[in-house]
Design a protein around this ligand. Structure first.
Ligand SMILES: NC(=O)c1ccc[n+]([C@@H]2O[C@H](COP(=O)([O-])OP(=O)(O)OC[C@H]3O[C@@H](n4cnc5c(N)ncnc54)[C@H](OP(=O)(O)O)[C@@H]3O)[C@@H](O)[C@H]2O)c1
Length: 265
């Protein structure tokens, strides 16, 4: 990680999607370091699709972190979301003189063009890279929190059909640590891969995650199974070079124990 240019300096940091899973955790970390943090989202009056409240939120900001997500994952909706919101945001950042745009994308995004969601994330990455604002892209593997959604998307009756490829999921706390650190560093004008500390087989991890939730569905490992509209070759969802990736420290077992201990809302 490059040395922080913000060490000892309080800066204004706007988090687009700051009310979401990753955004709220990044906001906690940066606020704890004393920075002026704006958690921006439609719920706080900032909408990057319509532009509402964006210029006002960005006034005086040094860094913008985009951890927003599309409310609809339909192919056309998600592409329209990331293209329009990224264009609007980058234009507003340029006007406001923002010095660092941080986006969160997905490890392997460019390898899976049959997935509409991955195509939308690649479109977001390309806009960010082609823009005028210095940037960093954090490519993350799948969050532990995403396991049930993956299973739901692959369920037929009581059977969940999951590819057998390697899988290295990560805790959202580890993602938030990495995103906060990147946001306080020099723009990479490139990307960094982050991943969890342990490698699983994808189907075995989903079986473990469902069992830990007391979910009785049967997971079947199938190399031909589709993952959100795409076939997976082994290695496409894990960092190409794990030694160059930033690895989180939270194991699935520790994460699951913390979930079980946490009060339910
Ligand atoms: N899930 C995974 O395993 C995974 C893996 C790698 C990367 N990622 C990426 O991680 C990022 C964050 O995901 P997450 O799970 O933390 O998302 P999330 O919990 O679903 O939060 C989404 C956020 O986006 C905001 N948002 C929605 N529409 C918006 C708009 N028009 N303008 C501004 N903000 C808007 C929401 O605001 P409101 O609360 O006001 O609706 C919310 O704060 C996403 O970009 C995703 O692609 C996810």
């Amino acid at each position: 990680m490059t040395e922080s240019p913000t060490e000892g300096i309080i800066v204004k940091i706007v988090i687009i999607g700051g009310t979401g899973l990753i955004g709220s955790k990044v906001a906690q970390r940066l606020t704890a370091k004393g920075h002026e943090v704006v958690a921006a989202s439609p719920n706080t009056g900032v909408n990057t699709l319509t532009g509402e409240g964006v210029a006002e939120a960005l006034a005086g900001a040094s860094v913008v972190i985009d951890v927003s997500n599309s409310p609809s994952f339909a192919d056309a909706d998600v592409l329209a979301f990331f293209e329009t919101s990224t264009r609007n945001l980058l234009a507003a950042e340029q006007a406001a003189g923002v010095g660092h745009h941080v986006a969160v994308s997905i490890v392997g995004s460019t390898l899976l063009p049959d997935s509409g969601y991955m195509r939308a994330k690649v479109a977001q990455e390309q806009l960010v890279a082609a823009g005028e604002v210095p940037f960093s892209i954090v490519h993350s593997t799948q969050f532990f929190e995403f396991a049930k959604s993956i299973a739901d998307g692959a369920t037929d009756g009581d059977t969940v059909r999951i590819p057998t490829a390697r899988f290295r999921p990560i805790a959202s706390d580890d993602v938030a640590d990495a995103v906060a650190a990147v946001a306080l560093g020099e723009p990479l004008n490139g990307g960094v891969d982050i991943a969890g500390p342990e490698e699983f087989r994808f189907d075995e991890f989903i079986a473990l995650a469902l069992a830990a939730r007391g979910d009785a569905r049967t997971v079947v490992g199938d190399p031909e199974a589709s993952y959100f509209g795409t076939k997976l070759a082994d290695g496409e969802l894990v960092p190409a070079d794990v030694t160059a990736a930033r690895l989180g420290s939270v194991t699935f077992e520790a994460w699951q124990a913390a979930q079980s201990a946490a009060p339910t809302h």
